[in-house]
Design a protein around this ligand. Structure first.
Ligand code: ZN
Length: 296
């Protein structure tokens, strides 16, 4: 091919709009009316039960945990293997808005929280910078729509300028004074306070976890059900004022269900089948597929 022919061929490709137009016109859906599209979508969806949809957010605005990707992967795999839910993984907060809930015809194209049944927050540290509308949408998702929120470790270390967020989660981040510079990871002695809960019944009364665990701030047992706590009798160095250190709890927020655990700092925690089971069962509980004895 001479260079003249090569240039002419190139210009022909660039200037000729036919391939693009042909592709668009070739989409058979374009020939259908809206009613026909509805009917077709209903036929395609027939017999395919809709699973609960879980939005898993691993966006980070503060300290970045190396375990974020491991945790997000775990939540996707847990949904697939259990068949309990379908996970949508995101690394931004864009879907925290009041949109969603509209009919979907061909594929899942989420618009906002209205398209989900539960929200998992994976080490979402720092100030998220949500608009006032987005903040209202998140609180309303749980409180008014009766949906679930599952907070993982750094989800508590977030949104200090938004007190309603901590009020929903059941507390804020009070630091991790038991993990010092020379002991970033400790083998924590733990107490299972609720061996009948579907979320923690796979653990014995006393067990241990290698992790970095938080001391929550503004936490009250009055409106929260503690599942796991640090064993104060066994811990070597208990700083003053930290005699009660819950590390996993459930609570009601309006009509919705909230679960939080500070287990999940390390990559290793996401290879621990017991930790994975706790979070799968927390989602099941959040979706109202299981109950504690004292649930409504
Ligand atoms: Zn951490």
């Amino acid at each position: 091919m001479s260079w003249r022919i090569a240039i002419l061929a190139f210009l022909g490709l660039v200037l000729n709009p036919m391939p693009l137009v042909a592709a668009e016109q070739g989409n058979p859906l374009n020939a259908l009316s809206e009613a026909q599209k509805d009917a077709l979508a209903a036929r395609v969806a027939a017999g395919v039960p809709r699973k609960p949809r879980v939005l898993v957010i691993g966006a980070v605005r503060g300290f970045h945990h190396e375990s974020v990707s491991d945790a997000m992967t775990a939540f996707a795999v847990l949904g697939q293997e259990s068949g309990v839910y379908d996970a949508e993984l995101r690394t931004d907060f864009d879907l925290i808005n009041a949109k969603g809930g509209e009919k979907m015809r061909f594929g899942f194209t989420p618009q906002g929280l209205g398209d989900f049944d539960a929200l998992v927050l994976v080490n979402t540290t720092g100030e998220w910078g949500l608009s006032d509308d987005a903040k209202r949408a998140l609180l309303s998702f749980v409180r008014d729509k009766g949906k679930a929120i599952i907070g993982v470790h750094g989800a508590l270390d977030a949104n200090y300028s938004w007190p309603d967020y901590a009020a929903m989660m059941g507390g804020g981040f009070g630091g991790h004074p038991l993990n010092t510079i020379d002991k970033p990871i400790l083998n924590f002695p733990l107490v299972n306070e609720d061996e009948k809960s579907p979320i923690t019944r796979h653990w014995p009364t006393y067990f241990s976890q290698l992790n970095e665990l938080y001391v929550p701030k503004g936490f009250s047992r009055k409106d929260t059900r503690v599942l796991l706590r640090i064993n104060q009798q066994k811990i070597e160095t208990g700083p003053a004022g930290t005699s009660d250190i819950p590390i996993a709890w459930t609570r009601r927020y309006g009509d919705g269900r909230v679960f939080y655990s500070s287990i999940g700092h390390t990559r290793q925690s996401w290879r621990d089948p017991d930790v994975r089971k706790m979070y799968l069962e927390a989602i099941r509980w959040g979706l109202r597929l299981t109950s504690h004895a004292q649930d409504d």
